[in-house]
Structures are given as structure tokens and as C-alpha cells.
Design a protein. Structure first.
Lengths: 310, 387
């Protein structure tokens, strides 16, 4: 295996259609070993499809690449042995207990001491005392821990996590991310798809995908810088009126409300400043120039990509 | 989570015996799931017992005291002793005595009697002259099982009747002939066929349904996605899903045959080990077919429908319901492609005729071929991806 280059996933030109609808379009990406790579994008953008292609569950219509040094088209079986895939929907056996589920996975991968491995994993994911509980009876947070435990059990080199924290409370979410970082620190590569901006900011690198197209990738700072978006934050009275007044003005690409403040963003700084000038000095409004948030960038990318690809 | 405090020791992975290991993992999982599924588990025992008791007792193999009529055209001593002998078999109970052919026919046609005995005019004289006259026994054989046992007893009647007749003594030849006429349904099935036949039918039904649901259930519950992302091959999934049910089928076969022997007095003349071996082959064949159905259909409803599509011809064309030899050639060809046809021959031959492997080579081979064909289709049809 050619893993000397420190790249875990290296794919080019992945394309996949279902029933004539292109779900993934000419997607290329590289993920470094030991990094946490965030996969962001709206619903139906092709995140799950891409992940499934990477672990051999779907065959791409075109494109090529390697996953852990193995060809994604020819060596699906080799890849499966080294990849842990956590599905979006809980896909362990609901009518098997926590222990039985883990032992099943351990046996399937050929771990030398399946019972011992399951026992250690139960301790590690904090499910001690619930070994004999049926997986289907666990709460969402516990199910998610069990699923993560199951896919890390055979010591994979790459974890593919498809929206692992959907529907999980903030405390469990934070614990989960701590675990992910601990795993990455041990050298595991993690590709995780998510909708949450705070989770995106916990990733070493992120990629933004919409309508099957990869629109931006890099570290969070790089993505924000590359967006070339100028944002003014306004606080004060009657922000609703201001929103209505500014929307659609030349140079203003996006007006978004964040609690008590308003983000006004645009690509053309001159035009943007010209448009907001009449309100700059208005009493009761406080303006200041800020860098756009990741969310600003993504929403802007999304609305732009909608025009381009739909 | 306490990942940092308790790092799990890295465990090495065995590459040898991968096939058996993964099949075993699958098998253990299926066993646990079966154990948890209380309803299915209860069905394994209840289904054969209920069916056998219902069919076995409802289809009474040796009905007695069946209503009969006699068309008496001569009132002689010999005629009386023949009737007495018929009644002594306990199969016939004469409730009508008529002298007119039309009355006789109407009694049979209306179903008031199941048998009619016609003693012709000049019967006794003809016997004495050595003319071997015919004594007609007409049976309403729309219900062949009711008629067959009684008809089978007729041969004895002649001897019994004559033993009491001093005029004739004990002639070397049959002095008169009993001509049995099975009306409405000339092909009367033998009653002992039922229990061995039920072994095959019940096994076909339960085995087919158990595995027909197995793959679609994984797809519908979403567990297939995770299973496919793990390094398991289609053959291993198949073995893991089939083997637990071989045991289930074996328990069922044991129950049915046990009840058949214990309650219904069906003999097992042949070798029990041979019966067990060939039953296992038949069980595995059905499981493979069920599994094949499971890899073709989209959901559990379709799986049930397709199982029924297979089950009905199995019952109708295998020789369980209608005698195989009586079917048209094309139906026999279809029948030869059904495992139940071959198993019925095997189980009837071993239980009732004491057949050996020598006699059953063809049917055993046919079962093995059907099993391999089904398994091959299943393994090639099994979708290894979600495409």
C-alpha cells in the first residue's frame, strides 16, 4: 500500500447519478491522514452518496481514486476491512443487545478475542451496566455512542461518519467530538458530515458541497478568506425595517438576522458601502465591519450555487 | 466519554478461516434474533403440531360405520351372509334396503349413503353353478380417503362370508367376484400418504417463509447498509442465514414424524438416519429457495407473495393433493422441478415402503441439484452495493 504520502483519501472526478439525476458531479478531494475532515452541505447535496462511494457501498459512474492506498473501484473488500462507517440512520441490530452487537462486529472482522474486545469497547464508550440492554431500547445519544463504538471496534484507519450527531443533545454532542479528536490524535483519519456550524469549526479541514458540486474546501479560515465576502454587522432598533430596506440593493448579496444583530454581506465592497451609506449615520444603529461567519459564507455559497446548478 | 483514560488495546485480526469465522458471526447473530422473536419461535413448534393435529384428525384415515345401502334383488342365505360379512368389517352400516335401481342410484347421488351393494338376481344359484357372478359395490369416492379403506377391505369379505356358508364349503377358487366401482372419483388416494406428505408440505411452507424474509428484513430495517460496509461476502451471509433454520427444520420434521408415528400410527419401515439425512437435504433446498426469493424481491410483502407463488404449485403439483402419475405430462415436468415432489417420494418410500438410498438416488440427486441452482442464483443475485 502506498500510504507514504500521508493522504488517506484521494479521489478525482467522482460522478454518480440515480435515475438520470446527477447526485455527485465531478467531485475531487484529498483528505490527509490523521485529520478530521468536515463535510458540509444542504440536505440532498450528495454527502451521503460520496461517503458511500468512498466505502464501496456505491459504485461511481465515473471517476477514480484511492482510499487508504486501495483503489476504490477494485479493492472495495480491502477498503471495507480498514474503514469504519457510521450510517446516518442507526443500522445496528435493534433486537440484539449492546454486547451482542459489538461481538457480532468483532467476529465479523475476525478480532482474536471477540468477547474481550466487546467488553473493552463497552467500557470505553461508557455503556457499562447496559451491556444486556437491547440496542433498540437505547436513547438517541446512547445509540450514537454504540454505533461509534461498533465502527471503531475493528481498529479502522479511516472513519466515515454520516451526520453522526443529528438529533443528539449538546452535551452528548460535545462528548462525541472529544472522542473524535482523541481518535484523530491516535492517527485515525475521520471524515464527518454535519449540518452544524460549530461542528464544522471543530474540523481541521472542511469541504462544502451543494447539488453534487464541491464548492469550497480548506481550513475554516481559508474558506472564509476565499469567500471574499465583506460583512457589516448592525445592531440597534428596527432591524426588521432595515432588512426590508436593504434586501436587493446593489452590492448587497445577503442580509441575515442573528439574534439582536444583522449581517449585511456582499462581494463588491464599493457597491455594498454605497448602498448602506444612507443608514450608516442613522441614530440608533451601530455599524461595524466584521469578518463573515462560516454560516454567512455557506448560505451565500448555497444561494449562489442554486442559481448556477438548478 | 473516557477515551483517553481507557485506550482499548489494539487487537490483531486473524486472516485465516475467514470464511468460517464470518459465517459463524452471522449464524450466531441470526440465532439470537430468532430467539428474541418470540412469535416466530413459537410458530416453529406450534405450526407443525397444529397442522398435523388438524389435518391428521380431520382427515380421519380409517372412518368406520359409513352409511350404506343395499339393492337386494334376491333374498337368499348367501346374500344375507355377504351383507353380514360386510357389516362385520365395521366399515359399512346398512341403513337402506331398496329393491329398485333408481332408488339405489338416488341414495348414492344425494349423499345419503357412501356405499351401495348390489346383489343381483339369481346370485346364489349362479355361485353354486360356479359362474362367478359379480357383486357390485358402488362407492361415492368424491371423498377418496373415506372410500379407500372400506374398498380395501372388500377382498377379505368374500372369504369371511363363505366360511359361514355350509353349502359351498371351502372352494379353491373365488366363487364370486366383488366388483368395486369407485364412482365420481376413480383415483382414490391411500390414507397413509397424508402424514408423510404433511412432513414435506409443512417444511416447505415454514422454511420458505423464514428465509424469504431474511434479506428483505435487513434492507427494510436499514441494517443492510452497515452489514454491506463490513467485510462479509454474499456466500457467508447466506450460510449464516440458512444454517440456523436447518436446525429449526430438523426440529419440525422430528415433531411431525414423531406425532405421525405416535398418534396416527404411521410406520417408519426404512432407516431413520437416511430419513434424517435426506430431510436435511430437503430442508436446505427449501431454505435456499426462500433465500433466493429474498434476494430478488424489494420488500417483505413481495417476499410473502412470491413464497405463496412457489408454495401453491408445490402442494398441487407435487403429488401431495393429486396422484403425480395422474397429472398431464407438462404438469409432471413442472412437478419434477419442485423439491416437494422429490421429497414426497423419498419420505413415503422410506416410511411406508422401507426404501434404501439405492432406490432414492434419483430424487436425492434432484434435490441436491435444485439446492445448488437456488444457492447459485442467490449468491449472484445478492447485491453487494446499494446501487
Amino acid at each position: 500500500m502506498s500510504d507514504g504520502n500521508g493522504i488517506a483519501i484521494d479521489v478525482k472526478g467522482l460522478t454518480k447519478s440515480f435515475g438520470g439525476r446527477e447526485v455527485v458531479h465531478d467531485l475531487s478531494m484529498q483528505v490527509k491522514r490523521g485529520s478530521i475532515y468536515g463535510f458540509l452541505g444542504p440536505n440532498g447535496s450528495g454527502k451521503t452518496t460520496t461517503i458511500r462511494i468512498l466505502c464501496g457501498l456505491l459504485t461511481p459512474d465515473s471517476g477514480e481514486g484511492t482510499c487508504l492506498g486501495c483503489d476504490i473501484l477494485r479493492d472495495a473488500e480491502k477498503i471495507k476491512r480498514q474503514v469504519g462507517y457510521m450510517t446516518q440512520r442507526f443500522s445496528l441490530y435493534q433486537d440484539l443487545s449492546v454486547r451482542e452487537n459489538l461481538e457480532f462486529v468483532a467476529r465479523l472482522y475476525g478480532l482474536r478475542d471477540a468477547r474481550g474486545a466487546a467488553r473493552d469497547m463497552i467500557k470505553r464508550i461508557g455503556l457499562s451496566g447496559r451491556e444486556e440492554q437491547l440496542a433498540g431500547e437505547l436513547s438517541g445519544g446512547w445509540k450514537q455512542r454504540l454505533a461509534l463504538g461498533a465502527c471503531t471496534l475493528p481498529n479502522p484507519k479511516l472513519l466515515l461518519l454520516d451526520e453522526p450527531t443529528a438529533g443528539v443533545d449538546p452535551k452528548a454532542r460535545r462528548d462525541f467530538w472529544n472522542e473524535i479528536h482523541a481518535l484523530a490524535a491516535d492517527g485515525l483519519t475521520v471524515l464527518v458530515s454535519t449540518h452544524y456550524m460549530d461542528e464544522a469549526e471543530r474540523c481541521h479541514e472542511i469541504a462544502y458541497i451543494a447539488y453534487g458540486h464541491l464548492l469550497a474546501h480548506g481550513t475554516v479560515d481559508e474558506v472564509i478568506a476565499k469567500s471574499a465576502l465583506t460583512t457589516y454587522t448592525v445592531t440597534g432598533e428596527d432591524l426588521n425595517g432595515l432588512t426590508a430596506a436593504l434586501t436587493g440593493k446593489p452590492g448587497i448579496d445577503m442580509v441575515a438576522r442573528f439574534g439582536t444583530s444583522l449581517h449585511v454581506s456582499g462581494h463588491d465592497v464599493a457597491a455594498l458601502e454605497a448602498s448602506i451609506a444612507p443608514w450608516r449615520e442613522k441614530a440608533g444603529l451601530h455599524w461595524h465591519k466584521s469578518s463573515p461567519s462560516l454560516e454567512d459564507v455557506f448560505i451565500e455559497l448555497m444561494s449562489r450555487s442554486k442559481d448556477n446548478f438548478q | 466519554m473516557s477515551a483517553v483514560d481507557h485506550p482499548a488495546p489494539a487487537r490483531d485480526i486473524r486472516e485465516r478461516f475467514g470464511f468460517w469465522r464470518r459465517s459463524y458471526a452471522m449464524l450466531v447473530k441470526e440465532f439470537i434474533q430468532l430467539k428474541r422473536d418470540r412469535v416466530s419461535f413459537a410458530m416453529i413448534v406450534m405450526l407443525p403440531v397444529m397442522q398435523l393435529l388438524l389435518f391428521g384428525y380431520a382427515i380421519n384415515t380409517t372412518p368406520h360405520h359409513l352409511p350404506s345401502a343395499v339393492l337386494l334383488q334376491e333374498d337368499s342365505d348367501l346374500a344375507r351372509s355377504v351383507l353380514k360379512a360386510l357389516e362385520n368389517t365395521a366399515y359399512f352400516r346398512f341403513i337402506y334396503e331398496v329393491h329398485d335401481v333408481d332408488d339405489f342410484d338416488n341414495l348414492l347421488k344425494s349423499g345419503k349413503v357412501l356405499f351401495g351393494v348390489e346383489i343381483p338376481r339369481g346370485f346364489e344359484r349362479a355361485v353354486r353353478r360356479g359362474d362367478r357372478p359379480a357383486l357390485l359395490v358402488a362407492a361415492d369416492a368424491t371423498d377418496p380417503i373415506a372410500a379407500s379403506a372400506a374398498l380395501g377391505s372388500l377382498g377379505m369379505v368374500v372369504q369371511t362370508a363363505l366360511a359361514h356358508d355350509l353349502y359351498i364349503g371351502n372352494p379353491p377358487e373365488m366363487p364370486f367376484e366383488i366388483r368395486a366401482h369407485a364412482r365420481y372419483n376413480p383415483a382414490a388416494a391411500s390414507s397413509l400418504n397424508i402424514v408423510p406428505g404433511l412432513v414435506g408440505t409443512i417444511l416447505t411452507m415454514t422454511m420458505l417463509i423464514f428465509t424469504a424474509l431474511s434479506v428483505t428484513r435487513e434492507v427494510e430495517r436499514g441494517t443492510m447498509e452497515s452489514l454491506l460496509s463490513m467485510p462479509i461476502r454474499p456466500v457467508e451471509v447466506m450460510f449464516g442465514k440458512i444454517i440456523p433454520y436447518v436446525l429449526v427444520g430438523f426440529v419440525q420434521a422430528f415433531l411431525i414424524i414423531g406425532i405421525g408415528v405416535g398418534l396416527f400410527g404411521v410406520p417408519v419401515l426404512g432407516n431413520l438416519v437416511l430419513l434424517a439425512l435426506l430431510s436435511t437435504l430437503f430442508i436446505t433446498t427449501n431454505l435456499s429457495i426462500g433465500y433466493t426469493i429474498s434476494t430478488v424481491v424489494q420488500n417483505q410483502l413481495q417476499a410473502m407473495q412470491m413464497s405463496m407463488m412457489f408454495f401453491l404449485p408445490s402442494i398441487l403439483l407435487s403429488g401431495f393433493m393429486f396422484p403425480f402419475a395422474g397429472m398431464p405430462a407438462w404438469a409432471q415436468y413442472v412437478g419434477e422441478c419442485l423439491p416437494l415432489t422429490h421429497y414426497l417420494r423419498i419420505v413415503r418410500a422410506i416410511m411406508l415402503k422401507g426404501a434404501t438410498m439405492q432406490n432414492l438416488r434419483f430424487d436425492a440427486l434432484a434435490l441436491a441439484i435444485l439446492m445448488l441452482v437456488a444457492m447459485t442464483i442467490a449468491v449472484t443475485r445478492f447485491r453487494r452495493t446499494l446501487d
